[in-house]
Design a protein. Structure first.
Length: 276
């Protein structure tokens, strides 16, 4: 250190000691927050209202496996509220493709809960944005500690994934307040699909595996829409959607899924009248 700089530091120290002034450390740059840009890109800069009384999002604070992080979206409108939730958009702010999924709720299905599994690439805020029939957007968020989910190797090898491609299963569950009397159903759709993110590397060739994922899913009871999903690379391998809805007395449940290669998968099941 030169004598000039030493004298400057010495004088600064004397001033600090004499006047009781503490020299503030240099300001550190704030961490980049992508949310304002995402509001512009995904929601066209529409105003965001507080969604604490409209929509809830549940995720683990620290994920055990970043490639299969559970997430539950739950509507919170009280029974007397005349508004209806039209769509719920799930945004994982720090993911390479932040819009993980957009769910459209059937007009008569009264979907109240949706659960799935997602990939999380970095420590991030995760937003749930509900669009209501009043034309407004309502937002809530949570924070998740996870990293590397979008580039994590597939859990199944290529041959196994290929053999399961497009296979669909439907399950119904019994639960408190669910059943034939209330008309409420809790069900699950599982789709065999690799859901390649485009960021995963083939361990043999060391080349990136092209993106291939389910980008559309539609579910009906008879011909009435229950739930539709527009998906992205953040949905985990073998997409799994669990949801609660109100039965209209239909005797069959139908599903149609499409992937980014243009494949269409369809399946139909009979519904148990007991709701179980």
């Amino acid at each position: 250190m030169s004598g000039y700089h030493f004298r400057l530091l010495f004088v600064a120290g004397l001033l600090s000691a004499t006047l009781g002034v503490r020299l503030a450390p240099a300001a550190t740059p704030q961490a980049y927050d992508p949310w304002p840009g995402l509001v512009q890109d995904i929601f066209k800069n529409r105003p965001m209202n507080d969604g604490a009384d409209v929509i809830a999002i549940e995720m683990p604070y620290r994920a055990e496996d970043a490639a299969i992080v559970p997430v539950t979206l739950r509507t919170k409108l009280p029974p007397g509220d005349s508004r209806r939730v039209l769509t719920i958009t799930l945004v994982i702010d720090q993911n390479p493709a932040p819009m993980a999924a957009k769910f459209e709720l059937g007009p008569d299905a009264k979907v109240s809960e949706i659960s799935t599994r997602v990939r999380v690439n970095n420590y991030t805020d995760v937003h749930a944005v509900a669009e209501l029939s009043d034309g407004k957007l309502y937002m809530t968020k949570t924070y998740v500690k996870a990293s590397g989910g979008c580039s994590a190797p597939a859990a199944k090898n290529a041959d196994e994934a290929k053999s399961r491609l497009g296979q669909m299963r439907y399950r119904q569950f019994a639960g408190s307040g669910h059943g034939a009397v209330s008309g409420t159903r809790e069900a699950q759709i599982m789709i065999g699909h690799p859901s390649n993110s485009g960021l995963q590397m083939d361990q043999v060739t060391q080349l990136y595996i092209p993106a291939l994922f389910v980008n559309e899913l539609r579910l009906w009871q008879d011909d009435s829409l229950v739930l539709a999903m527009e998906g992205g690379i953040s949905i985990s391998e073998d997409p799994n959607i669990r949801f609660t809805y109100v039965s209209n007395g239909a005797k069959r449940f139908r599903a149609e899924a499409k992937d980014t290669d243009g494949r269409v998968f369809r399946r139909e099941w009979k519904i148990d009248d007991s709701g179980i």
